[in-house]
Design a protein around this ligand. Structure first.
Ligand code: SF4
Length: 280
């Protein structure tokens, strides 16, 4: 696939990994939105997904475990004209870095947060994460997982996210649509992607038999109440699509300091003498 958004770096994900669909959908969404590569920043965390920053030809930073959101927020505040996209795994986003999710959501920082949710720690060879199903045997739960999994969509909704969606790596056409809508959304766009890990938890056929697109029903994504109810639907049928989308003032729109121009274009007015005094 030739694209200005793709680097020529050799891809080392396992053949068939759901990460490929997420990468390809992102590339297609960037192409459709016709964003200049230099105007996009990709922040990725620790895990197999984290290598995505080497494959996408935009500005990027690979951060320490669980810290995608604070770094992405800092970048957005420094230069609010940039399009900022955060990628995290389920371990990264829902275990180590969970504390950052409610705050980014309630602040409504204008960025897109894509979770590669394979329900397992893949890079460290198959341990339990907060979204691993109850009862599942993994390398860290040889007798079966005794913990109830977290519902990420409910958490994002009650925290105040203004765009909440779920995709499936086995439905790339739909994923392109979700990424495009999430990037276009003014505010915090949260997209959880069901991403099979073919090596440690291959869920392709499980999800293929169950997922259905909300866009093919008469679902209304502007209703918070309906979104909460829909987010609890998980079993024989699993909805994918946009669960909730509303417009609310973003964090940056409320910062008077950013009214005229981004922080990076402003003159730095600090009294160096005072700074040195404090430091000494
Ligand atoms: Fe993908 Fe799993 Fe392989 Fe990691 S271990 S690259 S998540 S298939």
């Amino acid at each position: 696939m030739g694209s200005i958004y793709l680097t020529n770096k050799k891809n080392v994900w396992c053949p068939g990994c759901g990460n490929f669909a997420i990468l390809n959908a992102l590339i297609k969404a960037l192409e459709r939105l016709n964003l200049k590569p230099e105007s996009v920043v990709l922040v990725s965390g620790i895990g197999c997904h984290g290598r995505i920053n080497q494959y996408v030809n935009v500005n990027s930073i690979h951060v320490i475990h669980g810290r995608v959101l604070p770094v992405a927020t800092g970048i957005k505040i420094s230069n609010n004209r940039l399009t900022v996209i955060g990628h995290a795994g389920d371990g990264d986003a829902y275990a180590i870095g969970l504390g950052h999710l409610p705050h980014a959501a309630r602040r409504n920082v204008d960025l897109t947060y894509i979770i590669h949710n394979n329900m397992i720690f893949g890079l460290t060879t198959g341990q339990v994460t907060p979204t691993t199903p109850k009862g599942m045997r993994t390398r860290s739960t040889p007798y079966g997982n005794i913990e109830n999994p977290l519902n990420p969509l409910l958490l994002a909704l009650v925290s105040g996210a203004t765009f909440v969606a779920r995709g499936f790596a086995g439905d790339i056409k739909h994923l392109i649509y979700l990424f495009e809508e999430g990037i276009k959304h003014k505010g915090f766009a949260f997209i959880d992607v069901l991403q099979p890990c073919v090596t440690f938890y291959n869920t392709y056929s499980y999800f293929r038999e169950r997922v259905y697109r909300l866009e093919e029903t008469d679902y209304d994504y502007t209703s918070f109440k309906k979104a909460i109810a829909k987010a609890t639907e998980w079993g024989e049928r699993i909805p994918i699509g946009i669960f909730y989308k509303i417009r609310r003032e973003t964090f940056e729109e409320q910062l008077f300091q950013l009214k005229d121009k981004p922080l990076v274009q402003q003159e730095i007015r600090i009294n160096l003498e005072k700074v040195y005094k404090i430091l000494s």
